[in-house]
Design a protein around this ligand. Structure first.
Ligand SMILES: NC(=O)c1ccc[n+]([C@@H]2O[C@H](COP(=O)([O-])OP(=O)(O)OC[C@H]3O[C@@H](n4cnc5c(N)ncnc54)[C@H](OP(=O)(O)O)[C@@H]3O)[C@@H](O)[C@H]2O)c1
Length: 261
């Protein structure tokens, strides 16, 4: 069974970022009615201006649960039922657990976990009475294999994976599908935001995913109603090994291919 996107409402958070912009373009190409959510009105307006197709957008504070509720209701009143909701916004600060500032730690936990859960809860409540919908949660391979300098980021993404697994089971009887996306490094501004020295961006440059290709794969995973999308595949194989042989995995996690921070 495939999920039809033409003229259906697709809402994307973090739409002004690297993967978010690519997702906006990929979903617009399917004929979906796309709504970009972000915190920065100027960036959102610019995105809509340069978009090849009509793009709707809304600015809100992602840490404000009532703003989230009102925004989702407003979207549905104006455009119709939300068919797909993509929790893409996320932030990373790569530093040792003992060196991260309280503000950096809180920012990752708030956006990557708490806001995502609030969006899922609010959009889930709208979808359940209709017995239809799809929620896409962008986690990370970091949520499967934690490496040095990514303790809090990895923990926040592991939380997304666990939360999505439970939500999938809870909402299955309401015919709401949950897709978890676990990318390895993607060539976006995230890399230098996480490590402003540029060291991480340089270290992963050779195998970083391109946002456009990943966005197209996410759209395909939505249409074909996949459970999980893991890219690059070799990282997911390593994550399986991590479960089977944790000591070996600890060693592997310190090898240059995984420990790039
Ligand atoms: N890039 C990678 O290597 C990588 C790897 C695995 C997973 N991921 C995940 O992929 C997703 C997309 O990341 P990306 O690579 O596209 O990163 P990005 O280019 O840095 O974009 C991040 C997006 O999140 C938004 N954002 C940041 N802080 C926010 C806040 N407090 N409230 C609301 N929005 C906020 C940004 O908005 P502004 O434009 O306003 O700043 C931007 O739209 C994230 O969940 C990330 O964790 C990324």
């Amino acid at each position: 069974m495939t999920f039809q996107l033409e003229r259906r409402v697709v809402v994307i958070t973090g739409a002004t970022g690297g993967l978010g912009q690519a997702l906006v373009a990929a979903f617009l190409k399917t004929g979906a009615v796309v709504v970009a959510l972000g915190r920065d009105q100027v960036k959102l307006a610019h995105l809509a201006d340069v978009s090849q197709y009509r793009l709707y957008y809304a600015q809100l504070d992602f840490s404000d649960a009532s703003a989230i509720q009102q925004t989702l209701k407003r979207i549905e009143r104006r455009l119709g039922p939300i068919a797909v909701f993509v929790n893409n916004a996320g932030i990373g600060y790569f530093d040792t657990a003992l060196s991260l500032t309280a503000a950096q730690q809180q920012a990752m936990i708030q956006l990557n976990e708490a806001s995502l859960m609030t969006f899922c809860q609010q959009v889930g409540r709208l979808m359940v009475p209709r017995q239809a919908g799809m929620i896409v949660n962008v986690a990370s391979q970091a949520g499967k294999i934690a490496t040095p300098k990514a303790s809090v980021y990895a923990a926040s993404k592991a939380a997304v994976i666990a939360y999505s697994n439970a939500l999938r089971l809870e909402l299955a009887s309401a015919h709401i599908h949950i897709l978890t996306v676990n990318p390895g490094p993607i060539a976006t501004p995230f890399l230098t935001q996480a490590d402003p020295t540029g060291h991480y961006a340089q270290a992963v440059a050779k195998f970083a995913l391109t946002p456009t290709q990943l966005a197209n794969e996410i759209v395909h995973a939505v249409v074909t109603q996949q459970r999980e999308l893991n890219r690059p595949r070799f990282m997911n194989l390593a994550a399986l090994g991590y479960q089977l042989a944790p000591r070996l995995a600890d060693w592997l996690a310190q090898q240059p291919v995984f420990n790039r921070k």
